[in-house]
Design a protein around this ligand. Structure first.
Ligand SMILES: Cc1cc2nc3c(=O)[nH]c(=O)nc-3n(C[C@H](O)[C@H](O)[C@H](O)COP(=O)(O)OP(=O)(O)OC[C@H]3O[C@@H](n4cnc5c(N)ncnc54)[C@H](O)[C@@H]3O)c2cc1C
Length: 265
């Protein structure tokens, strides 16, 4: 590790001011940023810690809206009793992230800002049609996730929360890397007020994406049988040491079926 200036922000507006110093970066759970600094993939001059800001923490379910603060840990999302009632699929998804240490420290804001192509939250938020709230504006999930490790966030912009309407039915299934638990393929399916949405993580060469084939099949009949014979194209999918594009294409169909089975169970 090299020397770096550490700042504990007193508020979101304080964090926004501190971010203007040198080549500063926000620090939330540190689960990605700290290893990246250790390996010199990132070398910020200043770290602005927002992980302890109460205004960024917690899950609120009020009427038809769920709001989750950006610094809410995966553990808190996975165990929130109100969320388990409003959107059990999201609480379940959070329980599948990494290991206990990662879930106790890692946060939803850090995860979606990082937009790792194998991360779970991007698929969930895209399928839920969530809105990402920053200190400057609100961004729909369809516009937020731009590509590999790329989002619509501008320099110095801070995610403060995500919000969505809980759907009638939803579920997430992932085929995970046994070492890291990141998704080799993960599929989040939703049947909600805007119809059916299905998002895939772990597979796309350009990061998380919505599967038009799965959505079209399920829009006619939200049932596992609607996906019988579904052939997912390997075009645009990743091939790496973990799985080929063809293998991932097959896994997308398998995970989608499992997710629909769980959503209607
Ligand atoms: C061993 C291991 C296993 C993992 N397994 C999984 C898994 O199975 N599934 C999965 O989805 N993830 C997995 N992760 C990732 C983990 O879930 C973290 O959520 C993720 O690394 C980033 O969250 P963080 O809070 O730690 O962010 P940090 O590491 O603190 O920050 C990450 C990036 O986000 C930026 N940032 C942080 N907060 C904000 C904000 N509020 N607004 C704007 N930008 C912000 C930071 O500047 C930095 O660029 C794993 C990580 C590890 C180390």
């Amino acid at each position: 590790m090299y020397s770096v200036n550490y700042h504990r922000a007193a508020s979101v507006s304080d964090a926004a001011k501190l971010l203007k110093s040198g080549d500063a970066k926000l620090l939330s759970g540190g689960m990605t940023l700290i290893p990246a600094m250790k390996t010199r993939l990132a070398a910020p001059s200043d770290l602005v810690d927002v992980s302890r800001l109460k205004e960024l923490q917690g899950v609120k379910v009020s009427g038809k809206t769920v709001t989750i603060g950006a610094a809410t840990t995966h553990y808190d999302v996975s165990t929130d009793e109100n969320l388990k009632k409003a959107c059990p699929a999201l609480a379940h998804m959070a329980s599948l992230i990494g290991d206990p240490a990662v879930r106790y420290k890692g946060t939803i804001g850090g995860s979606i800002a990082n937009n790792d192509p194998a991360a779970d939250y991007p698929a969930a938020l895209l399928a839920l049609g969530a809105t990402i709230i920053t200190n400057k504006r609100e961004i729909g999930a369809d516009k937020f996730f731009k590509g590999l490790f790329e989002t619509a966030l501008k320099e110095g912009e801070i995610i403060t929360a995500v919000t969505f309407t809980p759907p009638a039915k939803a579920a997430y299934q992932k085929f995970r890397n046994p070492a890291s638990r990141y998704a080799i393929v993960g599929v989040f399916v939703v049947k909600g007020k805007d119809g059916v949405r299905a998002a895939v993580t772990g597979a796309g060469a350009d990061g998380v994406f919505r599967s038009k084939e799965i959505e079209a099949a399920l829009a006619k009949n939200f049932d596992v049988s609607a996906l019988d014979g579904l052939k997912v194209s390997a075009k645009g999918l990743m091939s790496d040491i973990h799985a080929s594009a063809d293998y991932r294409a097959n896994l997308i169909a398998v995970m989608a079926k499992r997710a629909v089975a769980a959503a209607i169970a």
